[in-house]
Structure formats: C-alpha cells, structure tokens
Unconditional design. Structure first.
Length: 228
C-alpha cells in the first residue's frame, strides 16, 4: 500500500544519506592527511634550503581546495607518455595554442619555455617563478612549477627543485602534470637523503595514478631504493 511504499522510500533515503556521510568523512580524512603531509614536506624542505624562512611558510592550503579557476581547457599530456619526460613537455608536446590565455600570459610563458629549451636554466627558473607569482591558479601554473623544478634540478639546486615539484602537485593534485610532479618530488627527496619520505611519496604515485608511466617509474625507483 501507499504507506508501505513511503516507509520503504524513507528507509532507502536514510541508507543513502548514511552512505554519503561515510564517503564525505573518508574524503575529508584523505584531504586532511594529504594536506598534513604536504605541510610536513614544505617544512623539511625549507629547513634544507639556504635563505628559507620557516616563519614565512604560513598555513598549508587545503589539498585541492580554494575557488575553482574559470573553465579553461587544461593542458593535456600525450596519451603515450604518463607525463614523465619533461624535455618533451617543455618543447611543446603539451599544446597550449587552443587555450584561452591573456596575450601577456601566453607571451610570458612562451618566453620562459624558450629559455628552458635553450638550456638557460637559471633564466628559465627566474621567469617561471615570476609567471607562477603573476598568474596564480592559471591553467599553466602546474606545468610552470614543474618546468621550474626541472630547471633548478639541472642547476643542481635539488632542495629548491623539490619545493617546485611540491608546489606543482599541491596546486593541481588532479591535473595532467600531477603524476610527473609527484614522481619528481619523490626522486628529489631521495637525492636529498630523505629516504623514508621518498619511499612514501613514490608509493603515493602508484596509489593515486596507477595507470601512468609515472607509476611504473615510481615502482622501479622504490625497488632500487629498497623501499618496503
């Protein structure tokens, strides 16, 4: 009868509400854990970097939080590459020609990318830093941080490179450059002697991005490092 159907619908609604609350709590827990880990890494990297003022770090932004940027097409990595070859990324395997960018934004990025491609890494790192400061939250911000990390790594500035990789990943944790950024961060941490953090970070690559080349490289790196 009608009353029975209403009772059944009410019971189902209560079940769905409870399930939704469980999922929400799980997501909140994952976000909180990820944010805490990023904050800890930022602190550790700052300790190792000359001239870094720990007091200036402030609170770590919530992982994936903040206002969403305007609906602008995100740069896409080629399907055959999980996003681990930065040379290809910097030389144009990510097509930005169809993206809705301001003229100045496009010009600034192209200028920085040219410096990177020419091997002028310090100039490229400086330009990419200015780019990310000027166009925060833009569609190319994650890529710019990632390229800056590679430029700094080429200069032997591993701790600064690690911070750039961390900024790339934490700013766009679901973006197309995220697997590469997390992989590069793990490798940089290993280079800095932070073996435990490196193993955890490389493990996160496979957990979060299992179907990528970055995951394969991360697993190989973990095996080489003797991670358990």
């Amino acid at each position: 009868n009608t009353l029975d159907r209403v009772n059944q619908m009410e019971a189902e609604l209560q079940r769905l509400t409870a399930a939704t609350e469980q999922v929400t709590n799980r997501v909140d827990s994952v976000v909180a854990d990820g944010t805490n880990r990023i904050g800890d890494l930022e602190f550790r990297l700052c300790e190792m970097e000359a001239g870094c003022d720990i007091a200036s770090l402030g609170d770590t932004p919530t992982l994936g939080g903040g206002a969403l940027p305007p609906a602008t097409p995100a740069p896409q990595l080629p399907a055959s590459d999980g996003g681990t070859a930065l040379g290809g990324v910097a030389s144009g395997s990510i097509d930005t020609s169809g993206m809705e960018l301001a003229v100045a934004e496009r010009e600034d990025f192209d200028r920085a990318r040219k410096a990177y491609e020419d091997g002028d890494f310090q100039n490229a790192a400086d330009q990419l830093q200015r780019f990310t400061d000027t166009y925060q939250g833009g569609p190319l911000t994650g890529l710019a941080h990632l390229m800056r990390g590679e430029a700094l790594q080429s200069l032997g500035k591993t701790s600064s490179a690690a911070r750039a990789y961390l900024e790339s990943y934490s700013g766009t944790p679901d973006g197309p450059t995220s697997p590469t950024a997390l992989l590069k961060l793990g490798l940089a941490l290993d280079g800095l002697g932070q073996s435990s953090e490196a193993c955890i970070t490389l493990g996160e690559v496979t957990l979060r991005f299992p179907a990528t080349d970055a995951s394969i490289e991360a697993q190989a790196a973990r095996a080489g490092m003797g991670c358990t």
